[in-house]
Design a protein around this ligand. Structure first.
Ligand code: ATP
Length: 240
């Protein structure tokens, strides 16, 4: 049976007079990996911020697990199970890997479970385990990205929001990050909404996908369908 975990219905968002989102409607079902692809400035990051609650919406509604969370504070959305690894990583550069991970667990009451959670994250990212005492700001770009994802996982989310996890990474790191996203989804049962410029990788990993253009959803389908679509190929996959 399909259970809808997240639903956006006609969501609008503005920055002053600039309309960044113009009626976004999409759903993410429990257990899925869904990707949002689109050109620069299309509204991908704003959509993620609207879902995590750091950007207020000006119209429409956001429902999570059957509850309208449109006006719920961002920190209370984390408590409900929504966690975001933001674009540009956003780790705490002066804190160690361990301290950064600990910050990700601020919303959890079951503190006794945290060491086991950290062990799971270190299994996913052995590189972070080796560098647990190193300060975040001295990690490589790829390692910082892993830390941002690890920190987001520390809140034990039901829905993980990943904004451009492959941005600025070397090819071997890109492949590794996508493998890990699949693993988080399959073995830990975390539902994933993924924003990506790297449409090829994102579509091949995603169950379903949405295309966003100037603040509106213009296409949707399975990852495979969109990968095979000539107009998508031309616009987003660099193939004429
Ligand atoms: P990119 O792939 O380049 O990160 P995006 O699809 O994530 O782009 P958004 O960052 O959501 O796009 O931006 C959507 C629109 O909102 C753009 O026109 C952008 O210029 C505008 N915008 C985003 N952030 C702000 C801001 N802080 N102030 C004003 N306008 C903004």
């Amino acid at each position: 049976m399909t259970t809808t975990l997240l639903e956006l219905d006609g969501v609008g968002a503005h920055y002053g007079r600039i309309q960044a989102l113009d009626g976004i409607s999409l759903t993410v079902n429990e257990g899925e990996v869904v990707t949002l692809i689109g050109a620069n400035g299309a509204g991908k990051t704003t959509t993620m911020r609207a879902i995590s609650g750091v950007r207020p919406i000006s119209s429409g509604s956001i429902t999570f697990d059957g509850t309208d969370i449109s006006t719920l504070r961002a920190d209370l959305r984390v408590v409900r199970g929504i966690s975001q690894a933001p674009e540009g990583r956003g780790i705490f550069p002066g804190m160690t890997v361990l301290e950064n991970l600990d910050m990700g667990a601020y919303s959890r009451k079951d503190r006794k479970e945290l060491p086991a959670e950290m062990d799971r994250i270190f299994e996913l990212f052995p590189r972070l385990a080796e560098r647990r005492s190193q300060v975040g700001g001295t990690l490589s770009g790829g390692e910082q990205q892993m830390l941002a994802i690890g920190r987001a996982l520390m809140s034990k989310p039901r829905l993980l929001l990943l904004d451009e996890p492959s941005m600025g990474l070397a090819p071997q790191f890109i492949a590794q990050i996508f493998r890990i996203i699949t693993e988080i989804n399959k073995t830990q049962g975390v539902t994933v909404l993924l924003v990506e410029q790297n449409a090829q990788q994102a579509l091949s990993r995603a169950d379903r996908a949405y295309v966003i253009e100037t603040g509106r959803i213009t296409r949707s389908g399975t990852g495979k369908e969109l990968l095979a679509d000539p107009s998508i190929k031309e616009a987003y996959l660099g193939v004429a």
